[in-house]
Ligand binder design. Structure first.
Ligand code: ADP
Ligand code: MG
Length: 185
């Protein structure tokens, strides 16, 4: 889905930006959008447009999204669009960008939010175990994959790296190479 035309590089296709809350999905989606001109749509909007809502979690009043329903959406592939949100890897897209962030930094970022201690701990643990990768192993997808660590570099620097990988077609070949916070500790 990546076409390089002379020195001008064109990027085509639907890009999902996923990861644990606090990794920087919304920030980086906006920066990437400014660079490549694709609209950004949140996973909540995709779920709403596709009627993939499955009720409300009474414990914290958040909307529940039916991920099987997201997986059944066939009309996103090939669209020049950025989908951002922590469940966006369930939508069939052309490229999935997994953002990662050191669990201690996730903790710091989520403490700035109105999250309960339980919700913060659950998300820190989710990042620690690489939860998105576990889910990606369980879903069938045809997307090319990229992963970036947002713990120490600026959103702008990460966006530049994303653009370099997109334009050179440098995607993850071997899942064994992805970030493992247990190894890096
Ligand atoms: P998400 O959409 O994944 O929940 P946000 O884009 O809302 O994450 O970012 C969460 C917080 O972390 C925000 O305060 C944002 O300014 C900050 N942030 C995002 N990316 C970075 C980064 N690369 N370095 C430092 N802080 C960041
Ligand atoms: Mg966000």
């Amino acid at each position: 889905m990546i076409a390089c035309v002379g020195l001008d590089v064109e990027i085509h296709g639907c890009i999902s930006i996923t990861g644990t809350p606090g990794v920087g999905k919304t920030t980086i989606a906006q920066l990437l959008s400014s660079s490549i001109g694709f609209d950004v749509v949140s996973i909540e909007k995709v779920a709403s447009d596709s009627q993939c809502f499955a009720g409300v979690d009474e414990s914290d009043k958040t909307s529940l999204i039916d991920v099987d329903c997201l997986q059944a959406q066939s009309d996103y592939r090939g669209k020049n669009l950025i989908i951002e949100g922590h469940l966006s890897h369930f939508v069939p897209s052309d490229i999935i960008i997994i953002l990662r962030c050191h669990p201690e930094e996730i903790q710091r970022r989520l403490e700035q939010r109105d999250y309960s201690p339980d919700k913060i701990r659950n998300n820190v643990e989710w990042e620690l175990i690489g939860g998105v990768w576990t889910e990606l192993e369980e879903v069938e997808h045809e997307a090319s994959l990229l992963e970036f660590n947002t713990s120490t570099q600026s959103p702008e620097a990460i966006t530049t790296m994303i653009l370099e990988c997109l334009t050179s077609g440098m995607f993850i070949q071997n899942k064994d190479d992805v970030i493992d916070w247990f190894e890096e500790a």
